[in-house]
Design a protein around this ligand. Structure first.
Ligand code: SF4
Ligand code: SF4
Length: 172
């Protein structure tokens, strides 16, 4: 009986091969075709805006303080009503993330008081030198919504007094 054992194993292996041959291929034609990412996927950071086009980032640097990889650099400056980037007193005049250092832990997102920095679904990070791995604010900030002005905006005096807006559900 032992003489048939290799033949049985061979038939079993070929059976698996033929079964797979009849299945639908799962090859994804990347980059033309992209698979949707999972809901909790953490990709490249995005700096968000409010619906009126103002930037959510207030330059507080809490994200930089929370970052375990020291990947974020923030410098802030003062808003005025004639040159306003964000609600409240300050905005990020410089915001940089070193993508070579980032470990995509999401601590920056958790630390942000205005939900300005979000790890999005973009996983197409590519650079060929260390300098290009530092993404500046211009690369990270999302475009102003249609029908709004880009920042800086000129706004009526005294309209924006709070850096952190009232939130209906702070747990959200
Ligand atoms: S995801 Fe983590 S490592 Fe990357 S910038 Fe944010 S806090 Fe730093
Ligand atoms: S992204 Fe958030 S935590 Fe970081 S500087 Fe801007 S407002 Fe502060």
């Amino acid at each position: 009986m032992r003489v048939f054992e290799p033949l049985i194993e061979l038939a079993r292996g070929l059976g698996t091969t033929f079964k797979i041959m009849l299945e639908k291929p799962v090859t994804v034609q990347y980059p033309e075709q992209k698979k949707p990412v999972k809901p909790r996927f953490r990709g490249r950071h995005v700096l968000k805006r409010y619906d009126n086009g103002l930037e959510k980032c207030i330059g507080c640097a809490l994200c930089a303080a929370a970052c375990p990889a020291d990947a974020i650099f923030v410098e802030s400056a003062e808003n005025t009503d004639d040159v306003r980037f964000s609600p409240g007193d300050r905005y990020a005049s410089t915001y940089e993330i070193n993508m070579l250092r980032c470990i995509f832990c999401g601590f920056c997102e958790d630390a942000c008081p205005t939900e300005a920095v979000v790890l999005g679904d973009n996983y197409e990070l590519s650079f060929t030198n260390r300098r290009d791995a530092i993404y500046p604010k211009e690369m990270l900030i999302e475009p102003a919504p249609a029908g709004t002005l880009p920042t800086p905006q000129k706004v009526p005096p005294g309209l924006y007094t709070r850096s952190v807006p009232e939130m209906k559900d702070p747990q959200d």
